[in-house]
Design a protein around this ligand. Structure first.
Ligand code: IMP
Ligand code: MG
Length: 368
């Protein structure tokens, strides 16, 4: 995944596929032109890479030159004026092959074709590495096409987005799908863990459980883990900065993810703000705080039931259970308020069968 200006691009066509397509182009051209030495005319800027690679695999002698289309706003009623700069070779009687990196609507190629057909050349052929059939609006036949692609915006291998991206040896496409980042909440016994697993699979999200992240970092004695441990050992709260840096590392480990489920974080408004900042630095955001809502009495009953088999002492004692539920509401009230103000709080009825609850969650997330 690459970031150019404000946009994210994901891998689309690899180097191997590109070089195979170029070899195919070179061989087709060579077999059509026989022993005559062609003049490849590359259209700058985009075509510099394809022309270079095409020549390297061209099986016979060939020549090269480049042109550039310069368009500027004409005065009066003429509108856009296209001017060609760079042809000074004498092309009379030559076999000319116009080489484009990409043909989209075909406007550029048509203009070029007209200009070159007036040059008294022996033959004029057109070649392009990439072609978007769905976008093409012209009747001019393109003689050599490397790879047909859907009507998507691509970069790399000479192609740019506002100047950037030309240097990549492979091709990327614009990532249109936005990330889905969910903060999942639910009181103890609400079934958060079970539902997180389903959400993760359905939406292909990465589940970041803060508890797991802490345990992982401390166990593996990462710098952040050691720092966190030093506070824990002193009986102090781990500063938000340490926690957010651990999450940042998790997010960065999963570049290209469809999104994240944050579980156990944020716990304070300061953390919520830090999370907003982190995600915005990745050009994304929190889409919603999704909270499973279950009546206290139902939770108490469920947890006592679970306590009979789980052996967890905190599940066996009703007053401990009630206190855990109270702590949950005390902690989340601020966050509920924080996200509600941004219209990002979604309460989901957490009473019912697992399937029913999953469906309710899916409905909320599909609408995000
Ligand atoms: P045309 O619409 O065929 O005239 O293409 C015009 C120009 O738009 C091309 O020469 C490229 O410079 C640019 N272009 C078209 N599609 C893309 C793309 O997907 N990525 C980057 N540039 C493109
Ligand atoms: Mg071009």
């Amino acid at each position: 995944m690459i970031q150019l200006h404000d946009k994210t691009f994901v891998p689309f066509i690899n180097e191997k596929t590109i070089s195979a397509a170029i070899k195919k182009l070179a061989n087709q051209i060579a077999s059509d032109l026989n022993d005559e030495v062609p003049v490849f005319i590359g259209v700058l800027n985009g075509a510099f890479m394809v022309v270079s690679d095409l020549m390297k695999v061209y099986p016979r002698n060939c020549e090269v030159s480049f042109v550039k289309m310069a368009s500027y706003e004409g005065t009066g009623s003429t509108g856009k004026v296209q001017e060609l700069i760079g042809i000074n070779e004498n092309l009379r009687g030559r076999q000319v092959v116009l080489v484009e990196d990409i043909v989209d609507t075909g406007n550029t190629l048509e203009v070029l074709y007209e200009i070159f057909s007036k040059q008294d050349v022996k033959s004029l052929k057109t070649a392009t590495l990439f072609f978007k059939p769905e976008a093409y609006k012209k009747s001019l036949k393109i003689d050599y096409i490397g790879i047909e692609i859907p009507n998507k915006f691509i970069v790399g291998y000479g192609l740019d987005y506002d100047g950037l991206g030309r240097n990549f040896p492979e091709v990327y496409q614009l990532k249109t799908q936005q990330m889905t980042n969910i903060i999942l909440f639910g009181p103890p016994g609400a079934g958060k863990g079970t539902q997180a697993e389903f959400l993760k699979d359905t939406y292909n999200l990465v589940h970041i459980s803060t508890g797991d992240v802490f345990r992982y970092n401390i166990k593996n004695e990462t710098e952040l883990g050691l720092s966190a441990k030093s506070y824990i050992d002193k009986g102090q709260l781990v500063p938000d900065e340490v926690t957010i840096n651990m999450l940042k590392a998790e997010v960065e480990k999963n570049e290209g993810a469809n999104g994240f489920i944050f579980d156990g974080f944020p716990r304070t408004e300061a953390q919520a703000k830090a999370l907003d900042k982190l995600l915005s630095s990745k050009n994304t955001q929190v889409n919603g705080m999704v909270a499973l809502e279950v009546d206290d009495e139902v939770l108490v009953k469920r947890l006592l039931e679970r306590g009979k088999t789980s052996g967890r002492p905190d599940d066996a004692d009703e007053s401990i259970i009630r206190n855990r539920i109270k702590v949950y509401y005390d902690e989340t009230a601020i966050l509920k308020d924080y996200y509600q103000k941004q219209d990002k709080y979604f309460g989901v009825n957490g009473v019912g069968s697992i399937e029913e609850i999953t469906e309710r969650l899916n409905n909320v997330i599909d609408a995000l």
